[in-house]
Design a protein around this ligand. Structure first.
Ligand SMILES: NC(=O)C1=CN([C@@H]2O[C@H](COP(=O)(O)OP(=O)(O)OC[C@H]3O[C@@H](n4cnc5c(N)ncnc54)[C@H](O)[C@@H]3O)[C@@H](O)[C@H]2O)C=CC1
Ligand SMILES: CC(=O)C(C)=O
Length: 255
């Protein structure tokens, strides 16, 4: 039995990851801004038969992320896998982006991942054990998408941190990888689609359908599709992989 912490575990992809990893036999620490949401997911984890604990934190707050890792370790009696999943989207043409917009998304998507990497690595080193760190990037971490320029920049940055951390921590037996989903029908995409509609005059649903229309496998992605890959990254079969940012997108961005 190993202990996994999932940030942004209250809904969407984070929830999907938590439930899949619970089914795999891991105990789960759920971290999110939204207390009711993580309590609900914790109840679902317990129904599956695993132990769950919750911790409310903003991942952009470094101290809070370190406290979340300490809590997971104390509450669940171990600490093995850190999943830096929390993220936010932002839709805007490059011309319209202002410093506050950049600071806001960078604080969550990049700083939040960096603090998660630091906190997990510090815990693994203190415990004198190996561990796995898994970060949320995106297709937008491999391709810069129009109207998603700063979001894409944050996801490229996650790949850079993943590579650098993999190199720095390999000697400690810590692996660092990322997952890069495509178009997953979560609340994030509802927001993206609405914002595209406001900014471009597209009908609601049109942008989502356009993106899904580009997927070779012919359907939108589910959180379960992402979670299956994160299950692999969390388990022993991926022990020889580090520094990678794997596309799991149904065939949308080809690298
Ligand atoms: N939905 C998609 O199509 C894709 C999503 N991703 C990435 O996957 C990750 C999860 O995305 P979704 O589940 O779709 O998003 P979502 O918006 O459905 O859920 C995000 C969760 O993170 C939490 N959260 C947001 N800011 C936080 C903060 N500062 N501290 C702690 N928790 C915070 C929210 O409360 C929410 O529970 C994100 O990093 C996203 O960028 C990547 C590629 C595609
Ligand atoms: C949400 C996301 O990661 C996209 C549009 O690539």
């Amino acid at each position: 039995m190993s202990v996994v912490l999932v940030t942004g575990g209250g809904q969407g992809i984070g929830r999907g990851i938590a439930l899949r990893l619970a089914a795999d036999g891991h105990d789960i620490a759920l971290v999110d801004l939204a207390p009711e949401k993580i309590e609900n997911v914790a109840a679902e984890v317990r129904e599956i038969g695993s132990t769950a604990t919750t911790f409310v934190a903003d991942v952009s707050d470094r101290d809070a992320v370190f406290a979340a890792v300490d809590h997971a370790h104390e509450a669940l009696g171990g600490f093995d896998v850190m999943i830096n999943n929390a993220g936010i989207a932002q839709v805007a043409p490059i011309d319209d982006v202002r410093p506050d917009d950049v600071r806001k998304i960078w604080a969550v998507n990049v700083d939040g991942v960096l603090w998660g990497i630091q906190a997990a690595a510090a815990k693994f080193k203190t415990l004198g054990q190996k561990g796995k760190i898994i970060n949320a990037s995106s297709i937008a971490g491999h391709d810069g998408f129009a109207m998603l320029g700063v979001y894409s920049a944050t996801k490229f940055a996650v790949r850079a941190l993943t590579q650098a951390a993999a190199k720095e921590y390999a000697a400690h037996g810590i692996t660092v990888n990322a997952y890069c989903p495509g178009v997953v029908g979560t609340d994030m995409w509802v927001t993206i689609d609405k914002r595209f509609a406001e900014l471009t005059g597209a009908a609601e649903g049109e942008t989502y359908d356009r993106f899904v229309g580009g997927i070779a496998l012919g359907r939108a992605q589910t959180p379960e599709d992402v979670a299956a890959f994160v299950s692999y990254l969390s388990g022993p079969d991926s022990d020889y992989m580090t520094g990678q940012a794997g596309l799991i997108d149904g065939g949308l961005v080809f690298r």
